[in-house]
Design a binder for this molecule. Structure first.
Ligand SMILES: *Cc1c(COP(=O)(O)O)cnc(C)c1O
Length: 500
């Protein structure tokens, strides 16, 4: 299968190249030239298989230049070996007979990013072999909090790679920050930036497309790649868990094979929900994709109006991993819905860069509205939803998952649609302990407590065990306390790469 760029569909590469490069040279994103299909017979067979085998089945439809044996190795290394707690790395939990929650945070960094970032380094190492790459691959990451840690954990000490992560210095939770600045490994570097996630993402994208800088990197023996969801290797493992969730619901009798489900996803960069869209396009029986945003509701407005406009206030919310106004992966959706129209997509993306927005054509707008339903939830209602879910069902959710549950409730109220719905739960509540405890009415108990005391309190309130990887932060050394200006990203990258 060939991969083409959303901004120039005459550029055709194999999946190994798409994964190695991350981003196409002219700034477009790689997408499969055609979307592979599955049928109910396939799904039926998959219901009897393990998560790893389901992953191999889906991956081999997309990564056709990889051998099945190689994909199995990648999947076993990522999802086996006790890295994820529990037998199924992505279980569907029935909450009070009311919600089907797809818990995606049982991996080493306690957010759904592990589902892709535990396997991406294996794809990348194999892609380097396949393409004869002799340079050191430098993974540049902009993070709103969770990608950074998951990428660091996935790439630490992976031969032939280095990884550099930029996070908004004031825009992540304490635990998220601690996770990153205590990162171990010889090939890692972490820096805060004085700005928000969009600044970090734009800065990183600028380095990717900076010809001069890239020529210099090559001279020094480095080539850049991305672990953000602009990399196709991030998206394809995410398609797997939606198909797997459907299989689990068939197996448990929640749905009958062939029945449709809805999928509700708390969304920032549009990566996770795009993976659900690809699952639907492949033939998974899906009715609506419900796009849940926090107060940074640029996607809600886009889905409802066909007009993308990032010229608006940026809100720092209690669901920081969704504090994003430029949702990069929307570009892939627009490319698909416009019938692979690279000219149109290029124009929209130029307008986004130059004017801060664009308006899609009527046919694309109509298709978007048919496939998606969108809503948002501010901090007040996010907290209220955490409280309600806890008091009604004894189930403690993190702030991002709460946004999704709340928007799902809005959806049901408005549409009266009772189709069984999978709600993607994207992080462990322990990652956002302060906000979660506050939502549960524990403000008084948490005054003057440090983050580890908060973990203990949340554990006793939620009756959940503290994830080992968070508890162990207590004794880890802080290694990376530097913060740079928005304009200093390239300098910071060179500083790290030039160090012996
Ligand atoms: C990254 C993240 C999101 C948003 O996912 P996208 O793929 O960027 O839409 C939601 N919740 C959590 C906890 C995250 O880490």
């Amino acid at each position: 299968m060939q991969y083409i760029s959303t901004r120039n569909s005459s550029i055709k590469v194999k999946s190994a190249t798409a994964i190695k490069k991350g981003l196409s040279d002219e700034g477009g994103l790689f997408v499969p030239a055609e979307i592979p299909q599955i049928d109910l017979e396939d799904i039926k067979k998959l219901t009897e298989k393990s998560y790893t085998e389901r992953a191999v089945f889906v991956l081999k439809k997309y990564l056709t230049d990889f051998l099945v044996k190689e994909l199995r190795e990648c999947a076993e290394n990522a999802y086996g070996g006790g890295k994820f707690s529990g037998e199924n790395p992505a279980p569907v939990v029935n909450v009070g007979g009311k919600y089907n929650v797809l818990e995606l945070w049982h991996g080493p960094t306690c957010a759904f990013k592990d589902m892709a970032l535990q396997i991406l380094p294996h794809f990348l190492t194999k892609s380097m072999q396949k393409t004869g790459e002799d340079k050191t691959v430098v993974i540049l990451v902009a993070t709103s909090g969770d990608t950074g840690k998951a990428a660091l954990e996935g790439f630490k000490d992976v031969a032939g790679t280095k990884i550099i992560v930029f996070y908004p210095s004031e825009g992540v939770s304490n635990i998220q920050k601690l996770q990153m600045i205590t990162q171990e490994g010889k090939n890692v570097f972490v820096s805060g930036i004085k700005g928000n996630f969009d600044d970090a993402q734009s800065g990183v994208k600028t380095i990717f497309t900076d010809k001069e800088a890239n020529t210099e990197f090559l001279k020094k023996g480095f080539t850049l790649s991305s672990a953000n969801s602009i990399n196709w290797g991030r998206l394809v493992p995410q398609i797997v868990y939606y198909i797997s969730a459907y299989c689990d619901m068939v197996a448990s009798g929640e749905v009958v094979l062939g029945d449709k489900i809805n999928i509700c996803v708390p969304t920032g960069n549009f990566g996770n929900i795009l993976a659900a869209y690809y699952a639907k396009r492949m033939g998974l029986p899906v009715n609506k994709l419900i796009c849940a945003s926090n107060q940074n509701n640029v996607l809600t407005d886009f889905i409802n109006s066909g007009e993308y406009n990032k010229n608006r206030n940026f809100h720092t919310t209690i669901s920081p991993s969704m504090d994003i106004l430029i949702s990069s992966n929307l570009e892939r959706l627009l490319f698909d819905l416009s019938g692979n129209d690279d000219k149109k997509v290029s124009k929209w993306m130029t307008d986004l860069k130059e004017k801060g927005g664009y308006k899609v054509s009527a046919d694309v707008k109509k298709k978007v509205a048919e496939i998606f339903w969108a809503g948002y939830c501010d901090d007040y209602f996010t907290k209220e939803r955490i409280y309600k879910t806890y008091t009604e069902f004894g189930y403690t959710v993190d702030t991002h998952t709460a946004v999704a549950i709340d928007v799902y409730e809005q959806y049901k109220t408005e549409t009266k649609d009772m189709t069984p719905t999978v709600i993607a739960s994207t992080a462990s509540p322990f990652k956002f302990n302060q906000s979660v405890l506050s939502a549960l009415g524990k403000d008084r108990e948490t005054v003057d407590k440090d983050d580890f005391e908060l973990l203990d309190i949340l554990s006793s309130v939620s009756q959940m065990e503290i994830p080992a990887s968070l508890g162990s932060l207590r004794t880890k050394k802080k290694r990376f306390e530097n913060v740079c200006e928005k304009s200093e990203l390239l300098m910071t990258v060179n500083g790290f790469l030039d160090k012996k």
